[in-house]
Write a protein that binds this ligand. Structure first.
Ligand SMILES: N[C@@H](CCC(=O)N[C@@H](CS)C(=O)NCC(=O)O)C(=O)O
Length: 214
């Protein structure tokens, strides 16, 4: 049997990997890092992921990083769960979601939380944060439009894109952005509630100490 460990942090992008692993039914161990304490920069963790970020998935000593890669990899190990589509075009749309969320929502949010990564000029930090928060709002509006059909992100069943979307919904309502997600993005919020009606997702939210969507 494969020994699997997911390194994650509460409320981080690793939430998607955590959800997909729990949904997969595959046995795994969760190892929570405290990012505020700097666990991700410890020698022990850098030996696992020299990029110093979560998530990282270790399977029998083999390491995979990058949230989008991890959720795809886990989903493909359990085809019977239907977490990764089999239809060619649905696969393409799932890839489209993962690429779009990773390259836009995640990177924009990083400007809100970590402006020091993008300029050495401390006086520019507030401007970067404010503009990135606006841009994140625009991205949420585009997400809202895509989810306005009231279903799952791809096809007619829950899958990896739905899990990944939860990360960005949680960040939208979080202390850095404080968006009124239900008021501004009702279709996305209805989607978040549907995702969180799933027992596996509820188990992960409880483990990470996250509140379910009201
Ligand atoms: N491109 C990576 C980004 C991973 C990433 O930036 N993770 C954040 C949490 S959301 C992290 O570990 N931050 C710790 C740090 O920057 O020190 C992915 O999608 O997995």
């Amino acid at each position: 049997m494969t020994a699997r460990t997911l390194y994650y942090a509460t409320g981080a992008c690793s939430l998607a990997a955590h959800i997909v692993l729990e949904e997969s039914g595959l046995p795994y161990e969760g190892n929570a890092l405290d990012l505020a304490r700097g666990d991700q920069r410890s020698g022990q963790y850098l030996a696992i992921n020299d990029r110093g970020r979560v998530p990282a998935l270790v399977e029998d000593g083999w390491v995979l990083t990058e949230c989008a890669a991890i959720i795809r990899h886990v989903a493909r190990q359990v085809p019977e769960k239907g977490l990764w589509p089999t239809d060619l075009r649905e696969m393409a749309i799932a890839d489209e979601w993962l690429g779009w969320l990773a390259c836009n929502h995640h990177v924009t949010y990083a400007h809100v939380r970590r402006p020091e990564r993008y300029t050495g000029d401390e006086e520019a930090f507030d401007g970067i944060r404010a503009k990135a928060a606006d841009t994140y709002g625009d991205l949420c509006t585009m997400t809202e439009v895509r989810l306005s059909h009231g279903g799952w992100a791809v096809g007619d069943r829950f899958g990896v894109a739905d899990a990944y979307l939860m990360v960005f919904w949680v960040w939208g309502r979080g202390p850095s952005l404080k968006f009124d997600m239900a008021g501004r993005f009702p279709a996305w919020t209805a989607h978040a509630r549907r995702v969180c009606a799933r027992p596996a997702v509820q188990a992960v939210f409880a483990r990470e100490g996250l509140a379910l969507p009201a």
